[in-house]
Design a binder for this molecule. Structure first.
Ligand code: AGP
Length: 635
């Protein structure tokens, strides 16, 4: 593809594990505590079991505070007794791996007589050997973490070299595994040093100030000018300069990019939760993803310019992703096969590379990831690259690792998604896949201009139709969720593109309301799942339009009758005017008329609202469900 954005060769590495933590760094002239805490609030989706900051104050002393629990606990502690403020600092929000979520295990970790502070996202695989070596030399440790070992090593090296960047170089070359490390030392105020291997790091460029973050959300309210950091690179930031080197000390040129996210969109802005806000933003997410990609009734994706030969030459597409993104992939399969007439397989990224898939130079591997950092998906992309496939990512986060490892990227423009449960990113992913299907169909000559124009009209009508579902059904579905707060299990049935939506409806409910939920292909019902139906069992049924396939519609209506006969409480999602479902439905949720491939973007909305309402009725935190982090960077 001409849009070759890979800035470095895909690197073959030992399999690594990386936990999900959020990292922020600041140097400038403003009080650093406020900037660090605001950055951590935006990164809290990456982990929220403890948080901490370290600041070099104006007297040149290092202050540090860290607390188990959500960021609120750290804020409360700082409100009770603030650290002396300064203009250089680092902050961390943690998702525990080595050592439980305690104050002691929270980051930062201190070394060099508490004059140095270090934070870490990743897993240092050889930490046990390094710790034993340091303990033999007399170092004592205060935590169970692998991170404190890196801090202690850095302390030793700083004492030897008197230079933080040089000390960093010595340390990173001894570490195995995955890490983003940030450190400050009180002897070098006005400097933050960082390093990256298999773990995300981006730089924000300000006026007289600079930032570091796990992703751009950490600093987007201050600057949209950013630099991507490559694998195995060390970064130093001061208020006026940014330097990037490789681990050997050779200067490298980082790749600049502009962040298009509106900073206000990463704020809750009066909504009860980020999830509620993000559900409401779905019309905009779809419209923004379409924008600039439709010309004269045809889809032309500018990022794919120059890749026509590739699209004509491919004989197979594999779409790989995890979780919600994999359900978007399932919808994408229908679209690509229909319009581009190419066989498509959908593979969960964590299954894909543990077998021996048939991949060649004519295989296009499409990865989908909101965060662009999901480790399973990243490793699948690297594997596809190694096997000689062409790789294209559909991603929502600029500067993320997966697009950097891919031959090309089609960004979804959903804006920052903060709630752990994915909503607006999902509809944007499906939109991008529909666009990709129409783009590839045009290039391959497999979709007629008339069909393409009709599909484009459907696409462009989607934002208004999603808005209609939101305005017409929000109150009704919220009420249903409230009534069903004590429900212990909910089933979801769908066929064709309704099947992945059934899976997504079940996933939304599981992850934020903690109740049992299953999605099934409705045709599979009689092959086993119907045994689950007992009187009162709530079942959502996604009914396809009779206008597209009377046969499919009739089959789903007969599935409804089968479960109803066994006592199920049937909640139907059906298009306006479909009267065939009325005799058998306890509740009917209406969606506007749309083409078959476009219905998923409408049908998913009530399922998201239902999950949110039920979780809220149970008094749960819908944005930060237990045990989860948004960006799953653990294999
Ligand atoms: C969605 O609600 C989930 N939190 C999860 O399944 C998510 O979609 C999955 O982990 C993939 O994340 P990604 O899109 O950032 O790669």
């Amino acid at each position: 593809m001409s849009t070759h954005i890979r800035s470095e060769p895909a690197q073959k590495r030992a399999r690594t594990l990386e936990p999900m933590c959020g990292i922020v760094g600041y140097v400038g002239s403003r009080p650093s505590q406020d900037i660090l805490l605001a950055g951590l609030a935006r990164l809290e989706y990456r982990g929220y079991d403890s948080a901490g900051i370290a600041v070099i104050d104006d007297a040149g002393s290092l202050g540090m505070r860290k607390k188990a629990g959500k960021l609120r606990a750290l804020r409360d502690s700082l409100a009770d007794a603030a650290l002396a403020d300064g203009h250089t600092g680092i902050g961390h929000t943690r998702w525990a791996t080595h050592g439980g979520p305690t104050d002691a295990n929270a980051h930062p970790h201190l070394a060099d007589d508490d004059r140095l502070a270090l934070i870490h996202n990743g897993i240092i695989e050889n930490f046990a050997a390094l710790r034993a070596e340091l303990e033999a030399e007399g170092t004592t440790f205060r935590s169970e973490t692998d991170t404190e070992v890196a801090a202690a090593l850095l302390g030793h090296e700083f004492r030897r070299t008197g230079n933080l960047a040089e000390a960093f170089r010595a340390v990173v070359n001894r570490l195995e595994g995955a890490f983003t490390l940030l450190a400050v030392h009180q002897d070098e105020p006005g400097l933050v040093v960082a390093a990256r291997r298999n773990s995300p790091l981006v730089i924000g460029l300000g006026e007289g100030e600079n930032f570091l973050g796990s992703d751009v959300a950490a600093f987007v309210e201050h600057t949209r000018h950013a630099l991507a950091v490559g694998e195995d690179e060390i970064v130093t930031i001061t208020p006026s300069a940014v330097t990037v080197t490789d681990f050997a000390g050779n200067v490298v040129e980082p790749v600049p990019f502009e962040v298009s996210w509106d900073p206000a969109s990463a704020e809750k802005g009066g909504w009860p939760s980020f999830m509620a806000k993000e559900v409401a933003e779905q019309p905009e997410a779809v419209a923004n993803t379409i924008r600039g990609r439709v010309h004269d009734g045809a889809v032309v994706i500018p990022e794919l310019e120059g890749s026509d030969d590739l699209f004509r030459g491919i004989d197979r597409v594999i779409i790989t992703a995890c979780g919600t993104a994999s359900y978007a992939a399932m919808v994408g399969k229908y679209a690509l096969e229909q319009w581009a007439r190419v066989p498509v397989d959908v593979e969960l990224a964590h299954e894909f590379r543990y077998r021996d898939p048939v991949i060649g130079a004519n295989t296009l591997v499409v990865s989908i990831s909101q965060s662009g950092e999901t480790m399973d998906t990243l490793m699948a992309v690297k594997y596809a690259n190694e096997r000689g496939a062409r790789t294209l990512s559909i991603c929502n986060t600029q500067g993320a690792t997966i697009p950097r490892e891919s031959d090309a990227v089609v960004y979804t423009h959903a804006g920052p998604e903060v709630a752990v449960a994915s909503t607006k990113a999902f509809v944007a992913q499906i939109t991008a896949l529909l666009l990709l299907g129409l783009h590839a169909g045009r290039v391959r000559g497999s979709v007629s201009a008339a069909d393409a124009a009709e599909a484009v009209a459907e696409l462009e009508a989607l934002p208004a139709k999603i808005a209609t579902v939101l305005s017409e059904e929000q109150a009704h579905v919220t009420q249903l969720g409230g009534w069903m707060a004590d429900t212990r299990s909910v089933l979801f049935l769908g066929r064709h593109v309704g099947y992945p939506i059934a899976l997504e409806g079940a996933l939304k409910l599981k992850e934020i309301s903690y109740i049992h939920a299953e999605g099934f292909a409705a045709g599979e019902l009689k092959h086993g799942p119907i045994a689950l139906i007992e009187p009162g069992q709530p079942v959502f049924v996604l009914v396809p339009s009779p206008r597209h396939s009377a046969l499919l519609h009739a089959k789903v209506v007969s599935n409804i009758q089968e479960i109803r006969a066994r006592g199920a409480r049937v909640i139907v999602v059906a298009e306006e005017g479909d009267a065939a479902v009325l005799p058998f439905a306890d509740e009917v949720i209406r969606i506007p008329l749309a083409g078959a491939l476009f219905e998923p973007l409408l049908a998913v909305v009530p399922l998201q609202i239902f999950a949110m309402a039920l979780a809220t009725a149970k008094g749960l935190d819908v944005d930060q469900p237990r045990n989860l982090a948004k960006s799953v960077t653990v294999e």
